[in-house]
Write a protein that binds this ligand. Structure first.
Ligand code: FE2
Length: 251
């Protein structure tokens, strides 16, 4: 059985790294390694061998552990040319191009036979938010990518690159104060530690993430001009998405 071990970096950026591992085969793969010491320690303590490294993008905090892990385990950084990595037990990791936060950003899908179990979204989709475009990104591309991710099954569990959930929910509330799901999520998040992951599905995200709620009448009333409020065309959604991202940048 493939399991997920979540590593939370105790830094201001609140990075997540994810180890997919299988005790029966003794193999594992890491996504966006940050804290190489704790990752190496865990892999060794479980008697595993690291087969490959997946990086969602090249920002320093997503590749920081690469060199140390390569030196330690003689493993390779997986490239797009091998677009499917078999992990055994009918499970695999599949690359998905997700430009927006950076032009060459990738997400990884954890596939169980033909079902999508998990989405490792890097800095594209966060709990209750999306990534910014301040360091080499493009807002139009991020919008297109977000649409693509929204089309994945609602049961898909989201594994984002950072823990920004509390601040993102507070921003979501400022966009949509009357949404009871945001209020409930805020109550929940204040009572738990999110350092070992949130575990929400895309279906849950669609209830509270303003970037996935471009048809919410409350958000439209607040952020669109009178004549645009009832227009559900893709171009209006694009404008609204970009407006919410800019508001989040200054929030
Ligand atoms: Fe990044």
């Amino acid at each position: 059985m493939i399991q997920v071990k979540i590593f939370f970096a105790q830094n201001d950026l609140r990075n997540f790294s994810y180890l997919l591992w299988d005790a029966s085969q003794g193999t594992c793969w890491i996504i966006d390694p940050f804290d190489e010491k704790s990752i190496v320690h865990y892999i060794k303590s479980q008697g595993l061998n690291l087969v490959g490294i997946f990086n969602t993008h090249q920002h320093w905090d997503h590749i920081k552990g690469n060199q140390a892990l390569k030196d330690q385990f003689n493993c390779s950084v997986m490239s797009l040319s091998g677009s499917l990595t078999e992990m055994g037990h009918g499970q695999s990791i599949q690359f998905m191009k997700t430009p927006g936060h950076t032009s060459d950003h990738l997400a990884f899908l954890w596939i169980d036979r033909s079902e999508v179990k998990g989405l490792y979204s890097g800095d594209t989709l966060f709990n209750s938010g999306v990534g910014n475009c301040k360091n080499g990104g493009n807002l139009d591309e991020l919008f297109e990518t977000t649409l693509k991710l929204m089309a994945l099954p609602d049961e898909t569990v989201l594994y984002p690159g950072h823990d920004y959930i509390l601040r993102n929910l507070l921003f979501a509330k400022s966009c949509e104060p009357e949404n009871p799901d945001i209020e409930e999520a805020l109550r929940w998040v204040k009572g738990v530690s999110t350092e070992q992951g949130v575990g929400w599905t895309l279906g849950q995200e669609k209830k509270v993430n303003p970037f996935l709620r471009l048809n919410s009448m409350e958000i439209r009333q607040k952020l669109l001009s009178q004549e645009m409020k009832l227009d559900s065309s893709l171009e209006i959604e694009r404008e609204l998405f970009k407006k919410i991202r800019r508001l989040r940048d200054d929030w």
